[in-house]
Design a protein around this ligand. Structure first.
Ligand code: HEM
Length: 407
């Protein structure tokens, strides 16, 4: 029986218990149909609005003058993860026009040509990581494969020595935990530690010369001014936050989707469809469930008045399942032609800068894994991260016939 709008306003899509087995897609479908601009109360006691339709998610994302990242940050609590004043130095927390100048710097490093040139490096990392488990016949895919692949690619990009990769991993976990925590600014100390470490990296890499992200950033200019070391640091911090967990979570939840829908063998037998399968995996998993923006003036969405200062939460995971984007959106199908999704955001000024790198990592991984572990199967229950923000697995036990290492 379809729920009425009244029933729906009483439901809280932020309720973590609704996310225990992944995003609450059934609820999202009902919200899109019956309550597309849904009221809620944030952890700071302020009213906020959830938008679930693709049309609204993209409209809000593309209108930063009305819906600001800078004013109240990207989470419900302004000081989630770290104090807002600190976070405002980060690209993702800036609004145009300042945002545009900073984004241009990072965009110059993430050109399609530069990313395409990374394919051999990415394949070498993926091959080495698979070599680490292939003889065992069993693995925890979420930890043994999904964690090290993006982490090592990112460490390479940032010029961080192999010995320090575990430290980087630890920091990313602490930031992720702070995102779930009810305590504001839980990652402040982690950022302090990272700042010290990254200062050393900057000095080391500048002294060594060569072409790394750091040396490029240190040569870049905004409005004719070189970046200060603190600004280079915030780019580092952003990439650690934005480029790591996201790719990791897509690998783990994407593999689970393939296994749960019996489509592992499809990828194994038809490697030529991997690029489109990656888009379907991105659509299906949409691992960043939402971002929040703050209304800069009184406005409205779908006729619902939104007051200045209220937050609007754009549910990317819901938009990716909107029937306006794809036919039969609740069917997972790696043979789907040109799947459309909002996994990388609603297409506004903050649209994911690392999407080409993420796509490269996912393509190489989903080419190599089914080839090397052709009979991969679930070997226990997956464990979801307790989060209403990240669609993530902390454990995905798998088994497979042991195979040889490459060398
Ligand atoms: C599957 C993996 C990934 C997913 C699902 C993802 C998702 C997202 C989303 C949803 C946004 C916000 C979009 C918006 O607000 O409209 C974003 C922004 C961003 N992402 Fe990604 N991302 C991924 C991988 C990466 C990687 C590998 C990097 C870089 C190494 C990266 C760097 C960034 C940056 C720098 C931003 C901020 C852009 C800005 O504010 O202008 N992401 N990403």
């Amino acid at each position: 029986m379809p729920a009425t709008s009244d029933d729906l306003t009483a439901v809280d899509p932020m309720d973590r218990s609704l996310h225990e087995q992944g995003p609450p897609h059934e609820l999202f479908a009902r919200l899109r149909g019956g309550c597309p601009v849904h009221p809620g109360t944030g952890p700071d006691g302020h009213r906020f609005w959830s938008v679930t339709r693709d049309e609204d998610v993209t409209a809000v994302s593309k209108d930063p003058a009305t819906f600001s990242n800078h004013r109240g940050g990207i989470f419900l609590h302004p000081d989630q993860v770290a104090p807002l004043d600190f976070l405002r130095q980060v690209l993702l927390f800036k609004d145009p026009p300042e945002h545009r100048n900073y984004r241009r710097i990072l965009a110059s490093v993430f050109t399609p040509k530069a990313i395409a040139a990374m394919e051999d490096t990415v394949r070498a990392v993926v091959t080495d990581v698979i070599d680490g488990v292939v003889e065992r016949g069993r693995a925890d895919l979420a930890r043994d494969i999904a964690v090290p692949v993006p982490l090592r690619v990112l460490a390479g990009l940032l010029g961080i020595p192999d010995d320090d990769v575990d430290q980087l991993d630890d920091w990313t976990h602490q930031i992720e935990r702070a995102q779930q925590s009810d305590e504001p600014a839980g990652a402040t100390a982690v950022f302090g530690e990272m700042v010290g470490y990254l200062h050393q990296q900057i000095e080391r890499q500048m002294a060594a010369g060569g072409d790394t992200l750091v040396t490029r950033l240190s040569g870049a200019e905004v409005d004719g001014q070189r970046l200060a070391p603190e600004e280079i640091l915030t780019f580092f911090g952003l990439l650690v936050f934005a480029g790591n967990d996201t790719t990791r979570n897509t690998i783990a939840t994407g593999t689970l989707a393939l296994l749960a829908h019996d489509q592992w063998s499809t990828l194994r037998d038809r490697p030529e469809i991997v690029p489109q399968a990656v888009e379907e995996i991105l659509r299906w998993t949409s691992v960043v469930k939402y971002f929040a923006r703050t209304a800069t003036c009184d406005t409205e969405i779908e006729g619902q008045p939104i007051a200045e200062g209220e937050k609007v939460v754009t549910w990317f995971s819901s938009a990716s399942r909107d029937g306006d984007l794809n036919e039969d959106p609740d069917r997972f199908d790696v043979t789907r032609e040109k799947p459309q999704h909002r996994a990388f955001g609603g297409g506004g000024p903050h649209a994911c800068l690392g999407n080409q790198l993420a796509r490269l990592e996912l393509r190489v991984l989903f080419e190599e894994l089914p080839r090397r572990l052709p009979d991969l199967a679930l070997d226990g229950d997956p464990v979801y991260l307790d989060s209403n923000w990240a669609h993530a697995l902390t454990s995905l036990p798998v088994r497979f016939s042991p195979g040889p290492r490459t060398a």
